[in-house]
Design a protein around this ligand. Structure first.
Ligand SMILES: NC(=O)c1ccc[n+]([C@@H]2O[C@H](COP(=O)([O-])OP(=O)(O)OC[C@H]3O[C@@H](n4cnc5c(N)ncnc54)[C@H](OP(=O)(O)O)[C@@H]3O)[C@@H](O)[C@H]2O)c1
Length: 249
């Protein structure tokens, strides 16, 4: 009997969970546990890391998981790499539900950097007003550039912040271009730092930056080992229907 594990925490994972629940396909939704109040799901939910590759292999076996859909964020590289290794070891078919990267348009002013470290290095220089849209987990790295005024938008109220000069907005997307244009204007933002997450929920800041001529420091996606990549929920359903247990990935 089919029994899916969704590695979640994204809009795509939520859409998949909704469809699976509607169709009565047994599945569990997994959250890392990074936010205080994760969105409720119409499926059984588990929260927290598995304990590396070995922990995930154990989970797949203990719960008789027949398929894994990695619908994590494109920057959740550790989880995705672990999933590839664990599914190979446990002989459970794995697919990734991914979204295309954002591409610069003609009037965009993007500077590409390969990773967070390079983004931090690119901020060397005099004080600027920076919208640092990289999430809560990696703020520590940007403490190496304390001269800037940073605007942060976070899902939860932070306890402490490693950045000496910052404004914090607590809010959960999706956001509109008009909202983000107003945000960039009211905070007199001179630079947006963004991960190339793709999707619609977080792209409003890029549309707003384009409209206002604000430059963007774009952090490119990490490279992952090869895996089956699907781009929508219908493709996942088709993949589940056609990939039997123990067929490999
Ligand atoms: N990175 C981002 O920019 C971003 C943005 C939006 C949402 N998210 C979501 O936030 C979560 C964490 O992202 P991350 O970048 O911190 O991941 P990561 O660095 O790739 O993962 C670090 C560890 O967190 C645990 N983990 C991550 N995702 C998990 C999941 N869905 N279920 C159970 N355990 C999980 C795993 O722990 P063990 O090794 O112990 O199994 C993993 O090794 C993911 O669910 C992702 O979809 C991330």
């Amino acid at each position: 009997m089919t029994n899916l594990l969704i590695l979640g925490g994204t809009t795509e994972a939520n859409a998949l969970a909704k469809t699976l629940a509607k169709q009565g396909i047994p599945a569990t939704y997994s959250y890392a546990g990074r936010v205080d109040n994760p969105r409720p799901q119409p499926l059984p939910v588990r929260v927290g890391g598995f304990g590396g590759v070995e922990g995930l292999v154990g989970y797949l076996r203990d719960h008789a998981i027949t398929h894994v859909v990695d619908a994590t964020h494109p920057f959740a590289a550790q989880m995705s790499t672990n999933a590839i290794a664990a599914c190979r070891e446990a002989a459970v078919p794995l697919s990734a539900l991914t979204r295309p990267s954002w591409c610069a348009q003609d009037s965009d002013r993007w500077q590409h950097v390969p990773d967070l470290e390079a983004a931090v290095a690119a901020l060397d220089g005099p004080k600027r007003r920076v919208f640092l849209a990289v999430g809560r987990l990696h703020l520590e790295e940007f403490a190496a550039q304390p001269q800037h005024h940073f605007l942060l938008r976070l899902v939860d109220e932070p306890d402490t912040l490693p950045l000496p000069d910052c404004d914090v907005i607590v809010s959960r997307g999706p956001f509109t271009e008009a909202e983000d244009r107003a945000l960039l204007q009211s905070h007199r933002i001179e630079l947006v730092v963004s991960k190339n997450s793709g999707g619609t929920g977080a792209r409003a800041k890029l549309d707003a930056a384009r409209a206002l001529g604000v430059p963007v420091l774009m952090i490119d996606r990490p490279t992952l080992p090869q895996r089956t990549e699907l781009s929508n929920v219908a493709q996942v359903l088709d993949w589940v229907a056609h990939s039997g247990v123990n067929l490999g990935v």
